[in-house]
Structure formats: C-alpha cells, structure tokens
Design a protein around this ligand. Structure first.
Ligand SMILES: NC(=O)c1ccc[n+]([C@@H]2O[C@H](COP(=O)([O-])OP(=O)(O)OC[C@H]3O[C@@H](n4cnc5c(N)ncnc54)[C@H](OP(=O)(O)O)[C@@H]3O)[C@@H](O)[C@H]2O)c1
Length: 271
C-alpha cells in the first residue's frame, strides 16, 4: 500500500526538496504551507496534496491532521520542518522576538508532534522526523536564541522516544549543517543593537567568515535524501547528521574539550 507523509514548511528549501524526494519515490505527500494558494511548483505532481498549516496556529494543525486522516486514512510519517533563524546580539532581542522564535521552532514543532501522536498511537505505527540542526548539538556565535530552540528540540525528542516506542512510533532527528536555502535570505531575522556600535566589529568578522562557509555549502536535496533514508531504513537510529562540514564538526565536538572547541570556533571566525 502507498505510504503517506505530511511535511510542514514546504514553500522553499529543505521542505520543498523533501516533497519532491518523497513524491518521486511514489509516496502520497501532504505538503503543508502557511500560504498554499501561492504554490505552483507541485502542480504537475499527481501524488502531492496541499493543505494550509501554520505551526503557530493549533486549529490549522488539527484541521490538517483531520483532513489527512479523511483523505488518506493513515499517516505513516510526519516531518516537522517549518522553522527559521534569529541571529544577532542577544541583548537587542525583545521578548517578542524570542517568543516568536520559540513559538515556531519549539512550541510549533511540539504542537504538530502531539497531534501526530494522537493519530499514530491508535494506528499502532508511525515515524515523526524533526528537522533539528547541527546547531542543536554545537554552537556558533550570534545564534544564541536559534541554538536554544534546536537544543530544546533535541532534548524534547530524545526524551519522548522512550514513551512512544511501546506504540511503535519512531522519533528521528535530522541534523543539517549549513544548507543553501532561504534560511539565510528572506527567512532570516537579523538583530543588531541600535544603541551601541560595540558589537559591530564582532558581527562584521563573523558574517564575513560565515559567507565563506556558505560558498562550500550543499543544497537542500542532500538533506531531503537523508530524511527519506531516516523514514525508510527500518532502523532505530535516532540522529542523522548531513551537510558538510556538519557531521565532521559533530564528531570534533565530542572529541575536543570545551576549551579546544571554543578556540577552534574563534579561530575559524577570526574572533
Ligand atoms: N538552511 C540551513 O542551513 C539549515 C541548517 C540546519 C537546520 N535547518 C532547519 O531546516 C528547516 C527548514 O529551513 P530551510 O533551510 O529550508 O529554510 P527556508 O527555505 O527558509 O524554509 C523555511 C520554511 O519554514 C516555513 N515556516 C516558517 N514559519 C512557519 C510557520 N509558522 N508555520 C509553517 N511554516 C513556517 C517557511 O514558510 P513561509 O514561506 O511561509 O515563510 C518555509 O517554508 C528549519 O527548521 C531550519 O531551522 C536549516
């Protein structure tokens, strides 16, 4: 029987590439977006159906899950991909900015996860795949709030897997390194203090080095393939690192002391 996947945040980047990956492998794909009426790239794909879903709006999540059950009967895989990054100097970030970042990356992912469990537990099977980040295990400068959301996703998912194993629900964490998507463009929320220039040099040095890193970054298709593998490899593996140099950095973080790792980061960004 044809399997069905529901994916959040499919208007660009990793989410969009993942829609194509599963559709090309013959799955029914429920591609969800905040504004699905704007999407035209999926028109030619017979097995892709679009629903509206904003992860900050519980009613839209419940409606999408309920329609998915009516349309497809069973949802085999749910992929929590929707998310964005706030970066910049922490002291300039308002409560509103911080809360919005958590409401999307953490509470939004938790809402979708909870509603997915309610479908999957009675089914007796399912896989929930969280698009975390290498930034859920290691940190870089100026991303304190984004990192804290992804560290939260890692802890949440790891604990949850214990209670869900009895229902044959698997939890997966995808940990991409830097990937060329709209994450660094239209989705980015960069916060610079307006009342001091004391961060300017640090921000400039970091941004210059970060731009160089992005020149070697891979596209979202490499992540989509890894996500597809995690959904289909029938293993209990939880974490999947992808996107150079992410996997290598995760290994180095385990091997190095705090002191050496911090030195390495400072050196690579000329800080
Ligand atoms: N690119 C990287 O280097 C990288 C590395 C590690 C992890 N990640 C993670 O990968 C995921 C996808 O990011 P991306 O790189 O593909 O960036 P992207 O191209 O900017 O895609 C982000 C997607 O999330 C959607 N989204 C944002 N807020 C939403 C909300 N409230 N409800 C539903 N959808 C929402 C966006 O939709 P709209 O069009 O409506 O804004 C868009 O479809 C994120 O969780 C990100 O943290 C990215």
């Amino acid at each position: 029987m044809k399997k069905t996947v529901l994916i959040t945040g499919t208007s660009s980047g990793i989410g969009k590439a993942t829609v194509f990956e599963f559709a090309q492998n013959g799955w029914n794909v429920i591609a969800t977006q905040r504004n699905p009426e704007k999407e035209t790239d999926f028109n030619k794909l017979q097995n892709v159906k679009m629903y509206a879903l904003d992860v900050t709006n519980l009613e839209s999540i419940k409606a999408a899950m309920s329609n998915a059950q009516i349309d497809f009967g069973k949802i085999d895989v749910v992929i929590n991909n929707a998310g964005y990054g706030v970066d910049g100097a922490f002291e300039a970030m308002s409560d509103e900015i911080i809360e919005k970042q958590f409401n999307t990356n953490v509470f939004g992912l938790m809402r979708v996860t909870r509603e997915a469990i309610k479908l999957m537990r009675p089914q007796g099977s399912g896989t929930i795949i969280q698009i975390s980040s290498m930034g859920g295990k290691i940190t870089f400068p100026l991303y304190s709030i984004y990192h804290s959301t992804k560290f939260a996703v890692e802890g949440f998912t790891e604990s949850l897997h214990y209670e869900l194993a009895q229902f044959n629900i698997k939890m997966k964490l995808i940990e991409p390194g830097p990937i060329v998507t709209d994450f660094y463009g239209r989705s980015r929320q960069f916060i610079k203090p307006t009342d001091t220039n004391q961060y300017d040099e640090f921000i400039q040095k970091f941004n210059e080095a970060a731009e160089k890193v992005m020149k070697d970054a891979e596209g979202p298709e490499v992540v989509a393939k890894r996500i597809y593998k995690s959904a289909t490899d029938n293993s209990n593996q939880m974490r999947y690192a992808v996107g150079k140099p992410g996997p290598m950095l995760l290994v180095l973080r385990k091997l190095l002391s705090d002191k050496l790792y911090f030195l390495m980061v400072r050196k690579s960004y000329n800080l």
